[in-house]
Ligand binder design. Structure first.
Ligand SMILES: NC(=O)c1ccc[n+]([C@@H]2O[C@H](COP(=O)([O-])OP(=O)(O)OC[C@H]3O[C@@H](n4cnc5c(N)ncnc54)[C@H](O)[C@@H]3O)[C@@H](O)[C@H]2O)c1
Length: 322
């Protein structure tokens, strides 16, 4: 059995590749290297360089590697860019998925795992977001992920494919410094960047209805995310009828102010005071996963805490910003 991992040269994808190969699975990667790097892949893993939008390439890769399951991680993920370039995001994330699913169905691939996001929930007004919480994305990025889930479920039902859409919450950390996140789009690297420049970290809004007034999120270590993929892949292999939609979070909220404090502590940059700025539009006060369903379905739960995420992310940041 061979798994095709799209986007395997990216931040999350390379962790999934590592976890799957460590678990003894055979994998091949398809990545256009638009944001990924070939060096992220372990020795012995074949990288096919190309886009999921190119049907000929996808057909060839599925055939040549006798692919029996797909983990589709490739995608564009920047919310602000998705607002500026909605057509590009729909093309990459929805049309790319459609091409891949069409090829998978034609090739008789029986398992399909899809990288979704907590962005499908939009501005949830609940303490813990369960998979039954209504989905109401508030930007094109979240819309493409929700449309993707629908597409995966519909094609899975029609073509007897076992499917899983995994809704990641706030991903951070790294298994090794080399696999750290290259982007500066999330809180942790954004604070590293400010601290490295000798500037105060920013906190966007301290007047939210939360205990310390700052937004609350559910941070999840990328190695825990990768372990969840191994568990999901095994489940899909064992259960051809599986139609899973699962949150991947820790089920614990951490406020932005708390997180900034931990980052300052880990980096030793405690000499600067965070600066509060106005709220950013579209930031919900609190987004914390219920992690019950994934524990029931896959027996998976997160093993790593926030400090471990920050320490490992900092080691990766230091490697890239010596
Ligand atoms: N990082 C997060 O916090 C987060 C949260 C929720 C969901 N996600 C989702 O997880 C996935 C991976 O995110 P990431 O943080 O690893 O991002 P990333 O940019 O590091 O990885 C994306 C990978 O996909 C590749 N890629 C992009 N478009 C492609 C295409 N058309 N064909 C082939 N390869 C292509 C890129 O080169 C890169 O290697 C994305 O789908 C993203 O939406 C990420």
């Amino acid at each position: 059995m061979t798994w095709l991992i799209t986007g395997g040269a990216g931040f999350i994808g390379s962790h999934v590749v590592k976890a799957m190969t460590d678990a003894g699975e055979s994998v091949v990667v398809l990545d256009d290297l638009s944001t990924g790097r070939a060096e992220r892949l372990p020795d012995g893993v074949v990288l096919e360089t190309g886009t999921v939008l190119d049907r000929e390439t996808v057909d060839r890769v599925l055939r040549e590697h006798a692919v029996t399951g797909i983990v589709h991680i490739a995608g564009k993920k920047q919310v602000a860019e998705s607002v500026a370039r909605p057509l590009y995001y729909y093309h990459e994330n929805v049309e790319g998925l459609r091409v891949l699913l069409d090829a998978a169905a034609a090739a008789g691939v029986g398992r399909f795992l899809f990288s979704s996001s907590a962005a499908v929930y939009g501005m949830p007004d609940v303490d813990l977001v369960t998979e039954k919480t209504p989905c109401a994305p508030i930007n094109p990025y979240g819309e493409t992920k929700l449309a993707g889930e629908w597409l995966v479920a519909a094609v899975g039902a029609r073509h007897r494919m076992a499917t899983a859409s995994l809704r990641y919450f706030n991903v951070a950390g790294a298994a090794t410094p080399e696999l750290g996140d290259d982007g500066v789009f999330n809180l942790v690297p954004m604070v590293f960047e400010r601290l490295d420049a000798g500037e105060s970290p920013w906190i966007f809004g301290d007047d939210y209805p939360t205990p310390d007034g700052t937004c609350i999120r559910d941070y999840i270590h990328v190695e825990d995310i990768a372990a969840a993929h191994v568990a999901a892949a095994r489940r899909l292999a064992a259960d051809p009828e599986a139609r899973l939609v699962l949150n991947i979070g820790r089920g614990e909220g951490v406020s932005v102010a708390e997180m900034v404090g931990i980052i300052q502590d880990v980096t030793g940059r405690t000499d600067v005071e965070p600066r509060v700025r106005e709220r950013r539009p579209g930031d919900p006060a609190r987004v914390v996963a219920s992690a019950d369903l994934i524990r029931e379905e896959l027996g998976w739960s997160a093993q790593r805490g926030v400090r471990e995420m920050v320490e490992s992310a900092w080691a990766g940041w230091r490697l890239r910003h010596p």
